[in-house]
Write a protein that binds this ligand. Structure first.
Ligand SMILES: [Zn+2]
Length: 161
């Protein structure tokens, strides 16, 4: 599968990005071209969760994309980081509070029961909105450029144009 092209005077490259249909091709700025080989290697591995080893089927269950839409990682880091299921990363997923999501419990020092309530409230607000954005993207990612994936307040900082 040819997933990424770059070279010559082409100013943009194509990268594989997670959408509602699974992994799909998107244009990325050529600046991220040095990530191309890593992106390709990642595709060859099938985008498996680095915790449980199962495939991450679509954007609605992606921990990596939750961190992207909530402004914690840039689009460059997105393309270079390992994928993970939300349910496989309870330290982040414990902050998602939604009826349709089975909120996992994290153990140890990173359990939210060990954290300051104001911080927990802030994280719950952010991660829950991020999760809702992922469910939205599940429907609209086909028509949405990668730079518009994040929540509105994080769109500028995650753009590398
Ligand atoms: Zn997993």
């Amino acid at each position: 599968m040819s997933i990424l092209r770059k070279g010559g005077r082409v100013s943009r490259a194509v990268a594989i990005v997670l959408t509602s249909r699974g992994w799909d091709q998107f244009q990325v700025p050529a600046k991220t071209g040095d990530l191309c080989e890593r992106v390709m290697a990642k595709c060859d591995q099938g985008y498996l969760c680095d915790v449980c080893g199962e495939e991450v089927d679509n954007i609605s269950e992606s921990d990596l994309y939750l961190r992207f839409v909530t402004g914690q990682i840039t689009s460059q880091a997105l393309l270079a980081s390992p994928e993970r299921h939300l349910k496989c990363n309870p330290i982040v997923a414990q902050f998602i509070v939604a009826e349709q999501f089975e909120t996992p419990t994290a153990d140890g020092p990173f359990a939210k029961s060990e954290m300051d309530p104001p911080y927990v409230a802030e994280q719950e607000d952010l991660m829950t909105r991020g999760w809702q954005r992922l469910q939205e993207l599940y429907e609209i990612s086909d028509q949405t450029p990668l730079t518009d994936y994040p929540l509105p307040e994080f769109r500028r900082s995650t753009s590398d144009r």
